[in-house]
Design a protein around this ligand. Structure first.
Ligand SMILES: NC(=O)c1ccc[n+]([C@@H]2O[C@H](COP(=O)([O-])OP(=O)(O)OC[C@H]3O[C@@H](n4cnc5c(N)ncnc54)[C@H](O)[C@@H]3O)[C@@H](O)[C@H]2O)c1
Length: 323
């Protein structure tokens, strides 16, 4: 019997590379495309020799219905995208191009493949500064071009379901963390920034007094949510993917055994997040399995992999936020 075949876009990135691994472990065949703009081949070192894995260095804009490796794809996991609230305010066009038009390109290239489902990596930034705990039915109040473009990507996916009959689900991911999460081009992932600071034995750049609570979700839990949404998710539904248990930045820092450098000038970029998970739990039976303690412990085993990650110093962060 032939294997279930998936396309993962953005598969050389943080979440995409974990998803490739997860699906291969489920005995699926995986085709991964990535233009390596922020992803790396190193991220794929655990899977690159797997005979059920195929990598193409390719931009999503070069996909079309004739692309040979798209034949017989059963599921598309569209993770290629860019996200940074601050950077997008300076260059909004790039965000709409990649996150909206890029999504349409992937939809167009795959819509005639008899897909079982198209899965979209959406973002909790869609809710803006949210009411917590946040439900999927809460208002979408994007506060940056990045957030708006991710919403419009989600809307395009659902629109294609209505017009062309491609089934779809959208996962609104909260603060994902774990091995290989780096903050490269923008100041947008505290966990990755702190892991690099930890390697260098520097204090952690801490927004405000560190008492903001964020909903951190471990990468493997995100992968399982994608997998279960593919099999069980309802058509054109969006699902929150978080831990459902927000923790303060100070708590995360303590688990990482870091020392704080409290910075009031960067606190405005952070607000409380807390995912209500009832909908995805009801529809797909998914529940996060990793406590923050366990996820941090697993990540610390890979601390060396942050060796080459960029360092965000207090000066660099301040300069970035004041551009
Ligand atoms: N990590 C999180 O906490 C989080 C939260 C919410 C949403 N998301 C969404 O999940 C997805 C994956 O996030 P991530 O954290 O793994 O980011 P990432 O930057 O590590 O991965 C994105 C990948 O997409 C690739 N890419 C970008 N533009 C491309 C293009 N035009 N063609 C082909 N490949 C392209 C990049 O090279 C990269 O490997 C993104 O769409 C992001 O918006 C992530």
């Amino acid at each position: 019997m032939s294997k279930i075949k998936a396309l993962v876009t953005g598969g050389a990135g943080f979440l995409g590379s974990h998803l490739c691994e997860y699906l291969l472990n489920k005995d699926w065949e995986v085709v991964c495309i990535d233009n390596l703009s922020s992803g790396t081949l190193n991220a794929l070192e655990n899977v690159i020799d797997n005979s059920s894995f195929h990598f193409e260095e390719m931009d999503i804009f070069d996909l079309n219905p004739e692309t040979s490796f798209l034949d017989d794809i059963n599921y598309v996991f569209h993770l290629a995208g860019i996200e940074s609230e601050q950077s997008s305010i300076l260059s909004p066009t790039e965000y709409f191009k990649i996150n909206v038009l890029g999504t349409v390109k992937v939809l167009e290239a795959t819509k005639s493949q008899n897909l079982k489902k198209f899965l979209y990596a959406a973002s909790s930034t869609c809710y803006g500064v949210p009411r917590v705990p946040t439900l999927e039915s809460d208002s979408l109040v994007p506060i940056s071009p990045s957030a708006l473009s991710k919403i419009q990507g989600e809307q395009a996916v659902f629109h294609w379901s209505h017009i062309y009959g491609v089934e779809s689900c959208s996962l609104r991911i909260f603060d994902a963390y774990g091995p290989r999460c780096y903050s490269k081009n923008s100041f947008n992932n505290l966990f990755g920034i702190w892991m690099k600071q930890k390697i260098l034995d520097q204090s952690f750049t801490m927004p405000g007094d560190g008492e903001i609570k964020r909903d951190f979700v471990y990468c493997e839990d995100v992968c399982q949510a994608f997998y279960l949404a593919a099999l069980e998710g309802k058509n054109t539904e969006s699902y929150n993917v978080g831990s459902g248990k927000p923790r303060t930045l100070n708590e995360l820092m303590n688990l990482l055994k870091g020392k704080p450098n409290y910075l009031n000038n960067i606190s405005k970029a952070f607000y409380h997040t807390w995912a209500d998970l009832s909908k995805i739990q009801y529809d797909t039976n998914w529940a996060p399995r990793f406590s923050l303690e366990k996820g941090v412990e697993f990540s610390l085993r890979h601390l060396d992999s942050w060796e080459n990650a960029p360092l965000w110093t207090e000066d660099r962060i301040t300069e970035f936020l004041n551009r």
